[in-house]
Design a protein. Structure first.
Length: 278
C-alpha cells in the first residue's frame, strides 16, 4: 500500500469513528438503544452465555463434591458405629457363656471341700500326648492327681506340678489315663482308658454287661483318685473283643476337651452325689 492509500485509509477510520461516536451519543441522549451497543451485545452475548454456563457447571460440581464428601464421612461414621455395636454384642455373648460356665462350676465347688479354680493356657505340641498346661501350681495348693472338671464333666488329672504357678494336666483321652467308671443305668463296672484319640473306651466289660449306646458313664470312685459320681460321657458304640470274652464301649466325653477354658481342680477320694440324666 502506497503512502497516499494509507493516508486515505487513516482518514476513513477517523471519519468512521467520529460518525459512530456521534450516532451513539445522539441515541443515548434521546434514550434510544444505541446501534453500536446492539452490535457489541450481539457479538459478546454468546460468549457471556457460555461463561455463565461454565460458572454454573463449576458451582454445581463443587456442591456435588461437597455433598459426596459429607455422605462419605457419614457412611464411615455409621460403619464405625455398627462395628462398635457388633463388638459389644460379641463381648456380651461371650460374658453370658462365661457366666453360665462359672455358675455350673459353682455346683461342683458346693459339693467338694477342696477346690482350686484354674484356666487352661496351653496345649501339648505332641500329636500323641493329650496334655494341657494350667495357670495354677504348688503355690496355689495344686497336687499331683488332683482331678480336673469343667461344668460338663471330667477332663483329666494333674500329672505334674511344674512350678509355683503352673501344672501339667493329662486328659482322659491320653494313653496314660485310666478312670474307674460305671454305667449309671445298669451299674456295669469298667475302666475308661485313653487311646490318644478323641474317644476313650470303657474297657474290662463282661460279654453280658448291660451296656448300650446312649448310656451315661460316671466315675466309680474306685482307685482313690477320681471322686465317685462325676460325669464322664455317653456310650456311642459297642466293640466286641476279638476273642469273644468281653467287649468295650466307645465313650464320648461330656467335656469339650478341644476348647478348654475355665475348670476346677478337686481333691481325689471325695464322693459326690450323682447327677441323673447327665
Amino acid at each position: 500500500m502506497g503512502t497516499g492509500a494509507r493516508r486515505a485509509f487513516y482518514i476513513f477510520l477517523v471519519a468512521a469513528t467520529v460518525g459512530i461516536t456521534v450516532v451513539h451519543n445522539r441515541a443515548v441522549s434521546e434514550g434510544r438503544s444505541s446501534p453500536v451497543g446492539q452490535v457489541v451485545f450481539f457479538i459478546l452475548s454468546p460468549g457471556q452465555k457460555a461463561i455463565h454456563a461454565v460458572k454454573r457447571g463449576v458451582n454445581s460440581f463443587r456442591a456435588g463434591f461437597a455433598d459426596a464428601r459429607r455422605l462419605s464421612e457419614e457412611n464411615a461414621r455409621l460403619k464405625r458405629k455398627c462395628e462398635n455395636v457388633q463388638t459389644l454384642q460379641i463381648r456380651i455373648k461371650e460374658l453370658e457363656r462365661e457366666n453360665a460356665r462359672l455358675k455350673a462350676l459353682l455346683g461342683y465347688k458346693a459339693r467338694h471341700t477342696h477346690v482350686i479354680p484354674a484356666t487352661a493356657v496351653a496345649e501339648s505340641g505332641s500329636p500323641w500326648a493329650r496334655t494341657v498346661v494350667l495357670d495354677r501350681g504348688y503355690r496355689d495348693g495344686v497336687r499331683v492327681k488332683d482331678v480336673a472338671v469343667t461344668e460338663r464333666g471330667v477332663v483329666g488329672q494333674v500329672w505334674s506340678v511344674v512350678s509355683p504357678n503352673s501344672s501339667l494336666l493329662v486328659l482322659l483321652t491320653d494313653t496314660n489315663s485310666g478312670i474307674g467308671a460305671l454305667v449309671q443305668r445298669s451299674r456295669a463296672v469298667g475302666i475308661v482308658k485313653g487311646r490318644g484319640q478323641d474317644l476313650p473306651v470303657l474297657t474290662y466289660l463282661d460279654q453280658n454287661a448291660d451296656v448300650k449306646p446312649g448310656d451315661v458313664v460316671i466315675t466309680s470312685g474306685r482307685g482313690g483318685v477320681y471322686p465317685k459320681g462325676l460325669p464322664i460321657g455317653t456310650v456311642v458304640r459297642i466293640i466286641p473283643d476279638k476273642d469273644g470274652s468281653g467287649k468295650q464301649a466307645e465313650v464320648k466325653p461330656f467335656a469339650d476337651l478341644s476348647q478348654l477354658e475355665e475348670l476346677l481342680l478337686v481333691r481325689g477320694g471325695e464322693e459326690v452325689a450323682e447327677r441323673p440324666g447327665t
